[in-house]
Design a protein around this ligand. Structure first.
Ligand code: AP5
Ligand code: MG
Length: 213
């Protein structure tokens, strides 16, 4: 099963993608997590990506597309994968479609997690992220068992550099301009499904499972 998670920053793509990956035993591929891991490890890619991410801008397509095309060609993706945060521009979607075409494959679902902008800023300021394993918490709605510590791997939780309110607003603007057109792109491809992302996270997941079967 090959799935794309669409949705604004903070809509819950990562939260849901992790659960999907667990239930269907497919890898969770988050370009944001890949970039953050590179920043943490001080790689060249990380240095370049950070310049854009800290301003709430998209990392250029040429740094992003090859990385994902390469990743989905690896052995563990044979039975499918869930893409979280990619594609985010029409050229990225086209690069993905073309790469899969070459393998005689196509995406099965693009799931849009729909959350209005008003809800987003609130969510982001309370988010805490694990840079080690990619787990995500919220200080009010989804707190970790022990404050500041990741339930999954025991690492320290942080407020992401790009979760400051002014950067969140920029990310929302960029989303509407560059990423929202993908909703139409995948509607035309006949694989778009929408879920109401304002529900509690278990209910969002239940809706997704109904779609995926
Ligand atoms: P990325 O890491 O993908 O960030 P994003 O799209 O901005 O999305 P987020 O991770 O912020 O939100 P999410 O939808 O995963 O929500 P989450 O589950 O955490 O990208 C970061 C940056 O990297 C980009 O700005 C860009 O610069 C760069 N980048 C990445 N991919 C790129 C690409 N393809 N091309 C170019 N640049 C790229 O949930 C949010 C919060 O809400 C959490 O605290 C969570 O616990 C809580 N929550 C989740 N669900 C619920 C619920 N149902 N009810 C209440 N709270 C909930
Ligand atoms: Mg995420």
């Amino acid at each position: 099963m090959k799935i794309i998670m669409l949705g604004a920053p903070g809509a819950g793509k990562g939260t849901q993608a992790k659960q999907i990956a667990g239930k269907y035993s497919i890898p969770h591929i988050s370009t944001g997590d890949i970039f953050r891991a590179n920043i943490k490890n001080g790689t060249e890619l990380g240095k370049k990506a950070k310049e854009y991410m800290d301003q709430g801008l998209l990392v250029p397509d040429e740094l992003t597309c090859d990385l994902v095309v390469d990743r989905i060609g690896q052995d563990d993706c044979k039975n499918g994968f869930v893409l979280d945060g990619f594609p985010r521009t029409i050229p990225q979607a086209e690069a993905l479609t073309n790469a899969l075409n070459e393998l005689g494959q196509k995406m099965d679902y693009a799931i849009d997690v729909d959350v209005p902008d008003e809800n987003i800023v609130k969510r982001m300021s309370g988010r805490r992220a694990c840079l080690e394993c990619g787990a995500t918490y919220h200080v009010v709605s989804i707190p970790p068992k022990k404050e500041g510590i990741c339930d999954a791997c025991g690492s320290e939780l942080v407020l992401r550099d790009d979760d400051k309110p002014e950067t969140v607003q920029k990310r929302l603007d960029v989303y509407h301009e560059q990423t929202q057109p993908l909703i139409d792109y995948y509607k035309k491809a006949g694989i778009l499904k929408s879920v109401d992302g304002t529900q509690p996270m278990e209910d969002v997941f239940a809706e997704i499972v109904k779609i995926l079967g």
